[in-house]
Design a protein around this ligand. Structure first.
Ligand code: ADP
Ligand code: ZN
Ligand code: ZN
Length: 849
């Protein structure tokens, strides 16, 4: 291949296309689709990604420049991911480079230095024909390079670690062999990213000879070297685990480093350095778990999914199973089946459900073959987990949203647990939804997708039922009963208006009060949920009504008790909490809002001696704190676990017999068409926390609108009725799933400019849509078409010093509305040439406020 088409990492729109570069002879072996390269661009050198390779007459192309360098010896992206990025760029109206970069860990964004050292695999002698690797596109046929391979191995062994430059100087014709050895893990490439990330090294102990010879040597050691004999015999027994970190040897045998050094001096062992993966779960034991015999409901579902896995064809399943129906067991067994066929699996879980308990279920079944990716890991840990996947050391990845880009070569199964969760949508560029990306990736790679939930999103459920969408029509699988046969807990809705009428001004109804009391007496545990969406603890002066607001964003600041300061949740602005009102000097300035902290104070006041663990953004900022709090609760160091949404998901504690929801409807009145759906989902989730084990559970939901259908249906665990009612509303008001949305936000530092641009944008969309005969009110349009609402000020009208206006495009059918939204935005940017103007396009938005 002579010509590489490269997407360059330059953040302007005019570069959102491929540029041709010549592939120099010396780099031909290394450059593949998915390679990260350094290329000349204007007067600079920039990073880029090879998206295709072509034969061609380089001389015929004027001014073509050569690729300068390849940045990773094994490409960080596969051809499948490159293709996926292309699709993302169209689907989400984003630049291709941002889609490509979303797929890589941050550690790869710096300047990389490539170093080569020995890997764990043994060099293997091969026959004359060489070895053919399974996937021909990825692995070309290699000639016999046995002798060269041995020489290279020896060279690297002696040096310990060499730069790629040194290695190619020593073996000028060895590129093919080196590449082949890297693929097999005989050699290993590591990135040292300048100032960003080093590799972690550890002193390690290894035998210098085969165990049999070592055993002979052991017998020859004099009796007075008892400690040395002990070490040597231990190492022989642990042969499979070598090299073993020195400190592990010392602590296992309680010997000194001197003893080990003595063995080294005798030439029986060697002390080397090994590179360790920063494993965030190192040192933790995961209880091994064996597959459970499936219930008949589970078997039916399992059989259907495994059928598709066996045929290696793409199919998407929507697994609707009540909480406790045993979805996770199905995931585990499907993964096992997939891995046994030599393919890999990705499990996506919402960030906040990615608890140690969740990880344990996968690590317990698949051990170290599981890589875990989530944002609470350090970027070094994240990079190492990513490398474990790319280097084939893991076959299962469990992670939040971005794990959908795990660099597996032969992905066979993608599982998305709690598929209705909004955190699967990325709220910054590229604004992708992991569900759509998953389905697309699976389509490209003939893989199976399982979308699991007790409360599927209306979009997925509707798609499964109506089969009207060619690109997304999941097969619906239902599991209506719990795996352990226990009943779903009884849910009682408490009418808080009645409480108030009868003189109870407390935030706890009399029913909840009594229930809490009885749990305390019986030594059982309670989970209390504060539905805090739309609430925050703000600061208000009772004398003049002043509310502390962010100077940049026009929203009220949130009070943080730990640091005693006020913070803006949008831009991060922070200031000390005022002692007196800055407007009128009054001392009656107070913190308002139904924060978890206030509930905690109230609880302790009402129930002296009650031990409460509070879990919210305030108490879980520190790394590991989330996990620590849950551990304490599990160890029964507290009676009540109190928290925001975080407590609703994925937790499974045997002694929880009461779940209380303090305010069920605080999110119902938000200006978001999904408000009812989100309320229903949250209540269903939290109700599923109670009585999962032997003790029966009770759920109390406090509400000011107990007649609302989302509350009624949630209290009866009646998903189908909720959906029926909700779909009626959606249909009447033209909201998804009956149409699709594109939210376009235009912002500028100057209000009039922002407004004028938003008006231009709207007019231009309407004009072009009319020309194409797409435009009209959705009421009247019978099939394809679009409507535009706005411009209006955004729900957050000023953010980070910028004024914001938005237009909402509602559309339906096969028209290219996304392309149109992008086209008009680009025209506007071109005509204005004002770098301060920002236009963001959010396709299928999840957050409407
Ligand atoms: P879900 O993910 O649907 O909420 P889980 O997979 O967590 O459900 O299962 C709920 C409980 O039922 C767990 O304690 C699990 O160990 C148990 N369970 C699931 N499947 C089986 C089975 N086939 N036999 C026995 N217990 C099971
Ligand atoms: Zn005041
Ligand atoms: Zn702000």
């Amino acid at each position: 291949m002579d010509i590489a088409k490269v997407i360059v990492d330059v953040p302007v729109r005019s570069t959102d296309k491929t540029f041709d570069y010549k592939v120099p002879e010396s780099l031909k072996v290394w450059i593949e689709v998915g390679s990260r390269v350094a290329v000349p661009f204007g007067h600079r050198t920039v990073q880029g990604f090879v998206v295709s390779l072509e034969y061609g007459d380089v001389k015929a192309i004027q001014g073509i420049k050569p690729i300068q360098e390849v940045l990773d010896l094994i490409p960080p992206l596969s051809p499948e991911l490159v293709e996926l990025a292309d699709w993302m760029s169209e689907r989400y109206a984003c630049r291709r480079i941002s889609a490509l970069q979303a797929m890589l860990p941050t550690a790869l964004k710096g300047k990389a230095e490539r170093l080569i050292s020995l890997g764990t695999a043994e060099p293997e002698p091969r026959d004359e024909e060489g070895t053919l690797f399974p996937d021909e596109e990825w692995f070309p046929i290699f000639p016999d390079t046995g002798r060269e391979e041995r020489e290279i191995t020896e060279f690297v062994r002696r040096a310990g670690e060499v730069s790629m430059k040194q290695l190619s100087r020593a073996f000028p014709d060895g590129a093919e062999t080196i590449k082949f050895m890297l693929r097999r893990g005989v050699l290993k490439e590591s990135q040292s990213i300048k100032d960003k990330m080093g590799k972690k090294r550890l002193k390690a102990v290894d035998l210098t000879m085969e165990p049999e010879s070592a055993r002979e040597a052991l017998n020859n050691l004099p009796a007075r070297s008892a400690r040395q004999k002990e070490v040597l015999s231990f190492l022989i027994d642990m042969d499979a685990m070598l090299p073993m970190p020195l400190k592990d040897v010392l602590s296992a045998l309680q010997v000194t480093a001197g003893t080990v050094k003595g063995l080294e001096d005798k030439g029986l062992i060697e002390i080397t350095e090994v590179e360790v993966y920063r494993d965030p779960y190192r040192g933790r034991d995961f209880k091994p778990s064996a597959p459970l015999p499936l219930t008949s409901e589970q078997s039916a579902v399992y059989g259907r999914i495994v059928g598709a896995i066996d045929e290696q064809r793409h199919e998407t399943f929507l697994l609707h199973g009540v909480t406790g129906s045993g979805k996770t067991e199905i995931y585990l067994q499907c993964i096992q089946h997939c891995v046994e066929q030599g393919r890999q699996a990705v499990v996506l879980v919402p960030e906040i459900s990615l608890t140690p308990q969740m990880v344990e279920r996968f690590k317990g079944r698949f051990g170290s073959g599981v890589a875990v990716m989530h944002s609470r890991l350090s970027s070094g840990e994240r990079y190492d987990e990513w490398r474990k996947i790319r280097e084939g050391k893991a076959s299962v990845a469990v992670g939040a949203r971005s794990a959908i880009f795990a660099p597996f070569g032969n992905l066979g199964l993608i599982i998305m647990d709690e598929e209705h969760e909004t955190s699967y949508k990325q709220e910054e560029n590229p604004r992708y939804h992991a569900r759509d990306v998953a389905v697309r990736r699976a389509l490209l790679g003939d893989a199976v997708v399982i979308l699991g939930s007790a409360t599927p999103s209306l979009e997925s459920y509707y798609a499964a039922r109506s089969k009207s969408d060619d690109n997304f029509s999941p097969v619906l699988l239902e599991m209506p009963s719990r795996a352990l046969g226990n009943e779903l807990p009884a849910v009682q809705v408490v009418d808080m208006r009645e409480e108030l009428k009868e003189g109870n001004r407390s935030m706890f109804s009399r029913g909840l009060h009594a229930a809490l009391q009885s749990r305390l007496e019986r030594g059982e545990q309670t989970v209390l949920l504060l539905n805090r969406r739309g609430f925050s603890t703000f600061v208000m002066c009772r004398s003049c009504g002043y509310v502390a607001g962010c100077p940049e964003c026009d929203i009220s600041l949130t009070y943080h008790s730990r640091s005693n300061n006020l913070r803006c949740h949008y831009c991060g602005h922070a200031e000390p909490a005022p002692e007196v009102c800055p407007e009128c000097g009054s001392e009656h300035i107070r913190f308002f809002g139904t924060g978890t902290q206030r509930v905690e104070e109230e609880l302790v006041k009402l129930f002296p001696g009650m031990r409460v663990i509070r879990m919210d953004v305030d108490t879980t900022t520190e790394k590991g704190s989330h996990e620590k709090l849950l551990g304490q609760f599990r160890d029964k160091k507290a009676d009540v676990l109190l928290g925001t949404q975080m407590v609703a998901k994925g937790l499974d504690f045997p002694d929880v017999t009461l779940v209380g929801v303090i305010t069920a409807d605080s999110a119902l009145n938000l200006p978001d068409f999904r408000a009812a759906e989100k309320t229903f989902q949250l209540l269903t989730q939290v109700a599923g926390r109670a009585g999962r084990h032997k003790l029966p559970g009770e759920v109390l939901v406090q509400s000011y609108t107990p007649d609302h259908y989302s509350i009624i249906h949630a209290s009866r665990h009646d998903y189908a009725s909720f959906v029926r009612e909700e779909l009626k509303h959606r249909k009447a008001l033209h909201y998804p799933p009956y149409c699709r949305l594109i939210l376009v936000t235009l912002s500028h530092e100057q209000m009039p400019v922002a407004l004028r641009m938003a008006e231009n944008y709207a007019m231009s969309i309407q004009g072009k849509a009319r020309q194409r005969r797409w435009f009209g009110s959705l009421d009247k349009l019978t099939s394809d078409g679009l409507d535009l609402l706005g411009p209006v000020a955004s729900p957050l009208p000023r953010l980070k010093g910028r004024y914001r206006f938005q237009c909402m495009i509602k559309w339906r059918g096969t028209i290219d509305a996304i392309g149109l939204a992008r086209e008009v935005s680009e025209e506007l940017e071109d005509s204005l040439r004002d770098p301060v103007l920002q236009i963001s396009i959010d396709v299928d938005p999840q957050m409407l406020m």
